[in-house]
Design a protein. Structure first.
Length: 241
């Protein structure tokens, strides 16, 4: 399949500012092909590289990726270790290119649970790209939305601040970014799985049967076009013209 050129898409001005992707199905993709699950995660990482570049090219403001949840520790140790190695490989191989393209990286989640060298790599990625003006790339690692909310509330309590909605939203990992407009979940699952519960309060959802390694630029664009076909009401009544 020929690669889509962003300038030929004519997506218009009604792009989602902030897209979240629950990247599901890497292991199932590999199993269907008779491959080890770790090769499915590698295929997912390769797909991720392309989607990040594509999102930046078409003008998406923020992209949040559910990479490793607090529940994923329940997976076999060998698989978790392989995932860590892939994360390290990604940060080491892609950081300079992301920085060059103006991408700003944020890690959402408790980094203290990861090996020290991985913590160092993530900290370097955030520090190096902190002032970049381009795509805001949020990578959820050891992340759970309920834990994020508890963390934010504790930050405010320690500061002696009142815990109201505005203060709470500003204490989340995504402080300063728009709420999610569109959440995409792959592999046929139709649930949030503790992903950005507050930020997704008014998001549109698109579920695809394709696994994450199969989420091509064409399918991704189709998800965005589905978002653009919807009428967002935010609780109000919208009169038909």
């Amino acid at each position: 399949m020929a690669k889509i050129q962003p300038e030929t898409l004519n997506l218009g001005k009604d792009l989602p500012k902030h897209i979240g992707i629950i990247m599901d199905g890497n292991g199932r993709w590999a199993t269907r092909k008779g491959l080890p699950r770790k090769l499915g995660h590698r295929a997912g990482m390769e797909r991720l590289r392309g989607l990040i570049r594509f999102s930046s090219d078409i003008g998406i403001e923020a992209l949040s990726l559910y990479a490793f949840s607090t529940e994923n520790w329940k997976r076999p140790k060998e698989e978790v270790g392989a995932l860590f190695e892939l994360f390290m490989e990604y940060f080491l191989s892609e950081l300079d290119e992301l920085h060059k393209n103006g991408v700003c990286i944020r890690i959402m989640g408790d980094m203290s649970a990861f090996p020290q060298r991985m913590q160092d790599a993530m900290a370097e990625a955030m520090s190096k790209t902190a002032s970049n003006p381009g795509l805001k790339l949020n990578i959820a690692l050891n992340y759970g939305s309920r834990a994020e909310v508890v963390r934010a509330a504790n930050i405010l309590v320690k500061k002696g601040e009142e815990v109201d909605e505005e203060a709470l939203m500003n204490a989340l990992y995504t402080a300063g970014l728009p709420d999610l407009d569109l959440v995409i979940r792959t592999a046929g699952e139709q649930r949030l799985s503790n992903f950005m519960l507050l930020q997704a309060a008014y998001a549109e959802f698109v579920f695809t049967d394709e696994t994450f390694p199969e989420l091509t630029e064409e399918l991704y664009t189709g998800c965005i076009r589905e978002y653009q076909r919807r009428t967002r009401r935010f609780g109000a009544v919208v009169e038909k013209k």
